[in-house]
Design a binder for this molecule. Structure first.
Ligand SMILES: [Zn+2]
Length: 404
């Protein structure tokens, strides 16, 4: 009898519950504990908490619990449904498991702790469960935490995209730039993504009219979404995206020139795309040699460096400088550079807005490295829903309210 009491206490069971039977199978490496309540016991209604409701019927359920040393441990109990005069027949609340789960709360807490550190598939293998069961637990805690979210303080927003599989299955992230966290993630990268964010914001106590600053790339869908739905927001085009687009222009010039200057430009791609100070000594030496050549790529590269310098200036200087840069670049006879200069003209206000707002998705790029980690943890599960749950877990700073 002593071991029954020991297990009851170890499980922290409260009256009227106790462990009534144990069985241990060393071959199966499995410990089974049967829980039961005293005959005639009464329970509270799970809805109104009215105590002393009579048991209507019971059904047997099992839950996997934390391992007992190297053995898997399971609890089994007949779970009562009570009849409440107000709420009718309801299943009682159990201290060790939530309704509908085949795991105890402590086992779920273990899974969530593991999922924060390693891929879901590895967690599933480690604990010997099918991964779909682990995902189900992940979704439960993420959904519950998101349902409790308070987004009433969101004022400065960063919008960025990430893709699940390379180049497809896009997800749009909405980040609270003041709290450095992702507050919403949704499939797609179009104007509807912004509409879904606004609906979600409202559902969580937020006010679209309170969003004053938005930082985003120059893509039209986001622009349409923000202009149509976040009416009080001033848009800053993210400087890192602007520069990325300029880098693409330089790269296009290099690729076009490769036809004539293949030998000279071979393997030089990254020399033109990185900041000179981020190159190794060897790369720097090669770049210095190339810079002395009469190459179109060199001219494009120099135009790009001159563009970068704008971000070192103050607002009024910057506008003047940028105007001069555009005037020069459109006459560069380098079509990708000319196209970029026109792009800058078309997005003039939002590019210069940075000098007032100073918001950038540099922060989001920081989040982005975590998102990459989320992607690794969701790997092997070709579902955007799983990917989004992982994003919330890694960059959402959610309060998961896990049992301890
Ligand atoms: Zn009730």
């Amino acid at each position: 009898m002593r071991d029954l009491e020991l297990f009851s206490r170890a499980l922290g069971l409260q009256e009227p519950w106790r462990v009534v039977e144990t069985s241990f199978d060393p071959e199966q490496r499995r410990l089974d504990l049967r829980l039961d309540f005293e005959r005639g016991a009464r329970f509270a209604c799970p809805v109104c908490e009215r105590p002393g409701c009579a048991v209507h019927d019971t059904s047997e359920k099992s839950w996997r619990h934390l391992d007992f040393f190297q053995h898997q441990a399971y609890l089994t109990a007949r779970v009562p449904r009570v009849r409440c005069p107000e709420h009718g027949v309801r299943q009682v609340e159990l201290a060790w498991a939530r309704e509908g789960s085949g795991f105890t709360l402590l086992f779920e807490a273990l899974l969530m702790a593991l999922v924060a550190e390693m891929p879901v598939r590895a967690v599933a293998e480690l604990v010997g469960e099918h991964d779909t069961r682990v995902w189900r637990v992940v979704h439960h805690y993420v959904d519950a935490a998101r349902a409790r979210e308070d987004l009433s303080t969101v004022e400065r927003l960063g919008i960025d995209e990430t893709s699940f599989r390379r180049g497809q299955d896009y997800v749009t992230l909405f980040a609270d730039l003041d709290r450095c966290r992702c507050v919403f993630a949704t499939p797609g990268r179009d104007a509807d993504s912004v509409s879904r964010f606004v609906a979600d914001l409202r559902e969580h106590g937020g006010d679209p009219a309170q969003v004053r600053e938005v930082c985003q790339d120059m893509s039209e869908p986001y622009l349409f979404g923000v202009l149509g739905k976040l009416l009080q927001a001033t848009i800053t085009f993210d400087r890192y995206h602007v520069k990325a687009q300029l880098s693409q222009a330089v790269d296009q010039v290099r690729r076009q020139e490769r036809a004539q200057q293949g030998e000279l430009l071979k393997g030089s791609r990254y020399l033109w795309l990185r900041r000179p100070e981020n190159l190794s000594d060897k790369q720097r030496a090669r770049l210095d040699t190339l810079l002395r050549q009469p190459l179109q790529t060199v001219r494009a590269y120099n135009w790009a460096l001159k563009f970068d310098a704008v971000y070192e200036l103050t607002g009024t200087e910057a506008e003047h400088y940028l105007r001069g840069w555009v005037r020069g670049a459109v006459r560069s006879r380098l079509q990708p550079l000319i196209d970029f200069a026109h792009l800058v003209q078309a997005h003039w206000t939002g590019i210069l807005r940075w000098f007032q707002s100073r918001v950038s998705n540099g922060l989001l790029e920081g989040l982005n490295s975590l998102v990459q980690a989320a992607k690794r943890r969701a790997r092997g599960y070709r579902s955007t829903r799983n990917y989004i749950a992982m994003i919330y877990l890694t960059v959402g700073k959610l309060n998961l309210a896990l049992p301890t």
